[in-house]
Design a protein around this ligand. Sequence first.
Ligand code: DHB
Length: 391
Amino acid sequence: MNSRSLILGAALGAAMLSGAAFADDNTVTIGMILPMTGPSASTGKQEKAAAELYIQQHGDTVAGKKIALIIKDDTGAADVTKRLAEELIGNDHASVLMGFGLTPLALAAAPVATEAKVPEIVTAAGTAMITEKSPYIARTSFTLPQASAPMADWALKNGIKKVVTIVTDYGPGVDAEKWFGDMFEKGGGTVVEKIRVPLKNPDFAPFLQRVKDDTPDAVFVFVPSGQGAVFMKEFVERGLDKSGVKLIGTGDVTDDDLLADMGDAALGAVTTHHYSAAHDSPENEAFVAAFEKANNGMRPNFMAVGAYDGMALVYKALEKTKGDASGDALIAAMKGMSWMSPRGPVSIDPETRDIVQNIYVRKVEKVDGALYNVEFATIPNVKDPFKAAKY
Ligand code: DHB
């Protein structure tokens, strides 16, 4: 090879490199990691549909950048989540990681986000401490303390004095048990028994027999999205629906994805949560109609709204940075961001990077023949109380 072809070769290499960089610079890749299969597949299905709807409605160009959404199935296994996070950043040059169906999965990606300085948008998981695991995490779902503490307040004001708590035995369940229980007892109530049920293949029946024997005024429940129907079935089989024990909890148990098929046993259940498909606002009416239309009539649940707002947060941050997709610029732009969500007004707490939002008290009722969580009271602008106590 003569010197001329060497120089040419070098120039070509440089051109190819800059070509690659050019393509990268104009595309912002969002790597979404979801459980599309396995026990949490309903979360994956809802979140994927919502993220795609957001792009369909808002276009795939923001601040001059093309948005590429890559969705990967982690099957609900944390080691797979971590590997996919590394691959999305290393091979696909993802500027943002998003999704994570369960707390352990969100935690598995945190060190990868920190090391690569890539924002991790948590759109499903709800254990309070998740956002403390990386300065690059922001959350658009909710926290269990945020949803559980207001339930204690409602129970105390509505003649409930004796409660059994029953929660899934991992991060969000432990948070729900603590924040409902502590607030309820502080207000003069009694938690007679605290029951924890395994996350995998839960069988609630023996625990529900214990609830019946305890004769409490109410049972407070947290189960993750997707498990509410099994809980309700066993609640009825044990005759608890006819025993006068009131069903209360966070809204995960009366998940909109399953509620329509739960049967009348769910009627009257009172829960506190950040989203109901029945939320009465023009934004939500439009969201539900578009979501159902795009997905064969599937009703959006709180996971869908978490992903929809995750996309909104990325779009709004990119507009603010004028298309600068570096991790530090994006996470800085996300801090303090506020917008109108289908769930109501939301913002990202600049100190904690956690979502501040209304929590609604809802009761399961029939609306036009179908079961819905009908909101009847609002606690506005609730910060995660776990972190509010520290900052
Ligand atoms: C989590 C998962 C859920 O499905 C849910 O409803 C709430 C919390 C979690 O793993 O953090």
